[in-house]
Design a binder for this molecule. Structure first.
Ligand SMILES: [Zn+2]
Length: 160
């Protein structure tokens, strides 16, 4: 059957009716394709075999940020080489780290000891980025290793 392919809009001497092929049910429903050329048929069939993408890619990577103010303490060395310890709060948290408010002169790339007040959670965190906001700053921290204790802590606090 000659005609125009619904997918690539090219004229083809031979079109394939995909409306009755189970693998194409989704394509027919969502894109409204009816007849396609050989090349598009093959491409669409190949695509239909790919696993469905994860529902939430950010969440899978642990980067989904939850706005939570946890009392934490950071310990490290400032840009000038002066050791400091500061009690502060998080602005948000993710499975891999946290964004904290700080008054210290810390620089990206430095490593901090990160503890949650009133808990036994302690980990090393890398300063990924520092945002200056007037007198205060916020810093994005990424934990050096994935930490199941952190996940459990967030679950205990009803955050996750
Ligand atoms: Zn085509």
């Amino acid at each position: 059957m000659p005609g125009f392919c619904d997918s690539c809009d090219e004229r083809s001497d031979r079109l394939f009716d995909i409306t009755r092929v189970p693998e194409f049910a989704e394509v027919v429903r969502s894109l409204n394709y009816r007849t396609v050329c050989q090349a598009c048929y093959d491409d669409l069939l190949e695509e239909s075999k790919q696993p469905a993408p994860p529902v939430d890619e950010e969440e899978r990577r642990g980067e989904k940020r939850l706005p939570v103010n946890l009392e934490v303490q950071i310990e490290g060395t400032s840009r000038e080489g002066i050791p400091f310890r500061e009690k502060t709060i998080t602005e948000d948290v993710s499975l891999n780290g946290a964004k904290i408010i700080t008054h210290q002169d810390i620089e990206a790339g430095s490593v901090l000891k990160f503890t949650v007040v009133d808990s036994d959670f302690e980990t090393s965190a890398i300063v990924e980025v520092v945002w200056k906001l007037g007198v205060g700053k916020t810093a994005g921290l990424k934990f050096v290793e994935q930490n199941t204790n952190w996940k459990h802590l967030l679950q205990r606090q009803g955050i996750l």
